[in-house]
Write a protein that binds this ligand. Sequence first.
Ligand SMILES: Nc1ccn([C@@H]2O[C@H](COP(=O)(O)OP(=O)(O)OP(=O)(O)O)[C@@H](O)[C@H]2O)c(=O)n1
Ligand SMILES: C[C@](O)(CO)[C@H](O)COP(=O)(O)O
Length: 379
Amino acid sequence: MYKNQKIAVIIAAAGFGKRMGSGIPKQFLEIEGKPVLVKTALAFSRNQYVDGFFVVTAKEFAEKTQELLKGIEKFQGVAEGGAERQDSVYNGLKLLPEDIGCVLVHDAARPFVTQEIINAVIEKTVEEGAAVAAVPVKDTIKMVNESGRLSCTLPRNQLKSIQTPQGFQREWIVKAYSQAFSEKFYGTDDAVLVERAGFPICLVDGDYTNIKITTKEDMPMEYRVGTGYDVHRFDKERRLILGGVDIPFELGLAGHSDADVLVHAVMDALLGAAALGDIGKHFPDTDERYRGISSMKLLEQVLQLLEASGYCIGNIDATIIAQEPKLMPFIEDMKINIAETLKISHNKVNIKATTTERLGFTGRKEGIASEAVCILNKI
Ligand SMILES: Nc1ccn([C@@H]2O[C@H](COP(=O)(O)OP(=O)(O)OP(=O)(O)O)[C@@H](O)[C@H]2O)c(=O)n1
Ligand SMILES: C[C@](O)(CO)[C@H](O)COP(=O)(O)O
C-alpha cells in the first residue's frame, strides 16, 4: 500500500529462454544457489509497499513454480502464460483483485532489481499514473536498412534503455492492453501499449545492474576455490616423478601410482573446488587399474569430470616441499605438462618449490609434500 493505493505486481515468467539456450528456462537457473525466479519474487515480497504478486508461468512449469514460491510472503498465485510476453501479462492482469489501484509488471529474468527502483516506480506511478525504470544508453544506436547497411544514427542524448518494473494505474494498463489486443498490436514492453493508448509515462532511475538475463553472458560467473595436499615417502627403488617430469635423483617416491605428489595435490584442489570429493574416491589404491599409472593420465580424467560438471579452470598455484633435490631446473617443464594436460594456457599454472630448512619429515629427507590451490569458474 502506498498513499492508500493497493499495489500488485505481475511477474512475467512464462518464456522459454530460447536465446539463453539452456536445458531449462532461464528463470529456473540458479544464481548463488537460488533460482532466478525466486530471487525476483523475494525482491517484491520484501518490498514495503507491495501488497501481493502474481506469477505468470507456462502450463508445464505451473507446478514447479508453485512449489518454488510456496511460503514466500505476498505470493498470490499463478496465471497461465501465452505465446508472447504480452499474452502472458494480459493473463496476469485478468487475475487482479478489484481493490488493486496500481500494477507493476516485471520480468522474472531481472533478478537484480533493487528496492530503490521498486520504490521509485511505485511512488511515481501512484503520483503520476505511470512510470518505468530506465537508464541512459551507453552505446551509439544506429538504424540498419534492409540491405544490412547503416541508414541513420539516433541522437543518444534522447535515448533511454527501458527496464522493468513498469508501473501503471490499473485502469490505464487494462485499457491499453484491451486496445492493443483489439488492434492486434504487439509490443516488446508494457509501456508501448500504454503510450499508444495516449497516457503519459514518467521515467525513474533504473540501474545498470538491473539487467534482463537473456543470453549466457548475462549469467554471473560462479567462482569456486579448492585446496589440495599430499605426501609420499622416499623409496630408493622408485623413480622420482614430479609434474610428469622424470627427475634424476637417487631416491624416488613410494605409491600405488607413479606417486607424483605434485599432480596429486593439484588433482585434489580441482576436485575439491568442484565438490567432487578427492583422488582417493575416484582412483582408489585398491584398484589394480591404477597400479604404476602416470598421474598425468589421472589428471586427464579429472579434467573430464570438471568439464562434465560445467567448470573451467581459473588458475592453479602449487608448492612442492622438498629438502632435496634442487627442483628449479624442472619447474618450467612441470608447469607446461600440467597446463597442457588440463588444456589451459601456461600462465594459469604456477609451481613453486621450497625446503623446510631441514625441519620436519621433509627436512629430514623422509619424503616430499606438495600443496595446491585453484580457482574454478562455473558458467
Ligand atoms: N511468452 C512469454 C515470453 C516471455 N515471458 C517473460 O518475459 C520476460 C522477458 O522476456 P524474454 O527475456 O524474452 O524471455 P524469454 O521469452 O524466455 O527469452 P527468449 O526470447 O530468449 O526465448 C521473461 O521473464 C520471460 O519469462 C513471458 O512471461 N511469456
Ligand atoms: C520489457 C523489457 O524487459 C524492457 O526492456 C523488454 O522489452 C523485454 O523484451 P523481450 O524480448 O521480451 O526480452
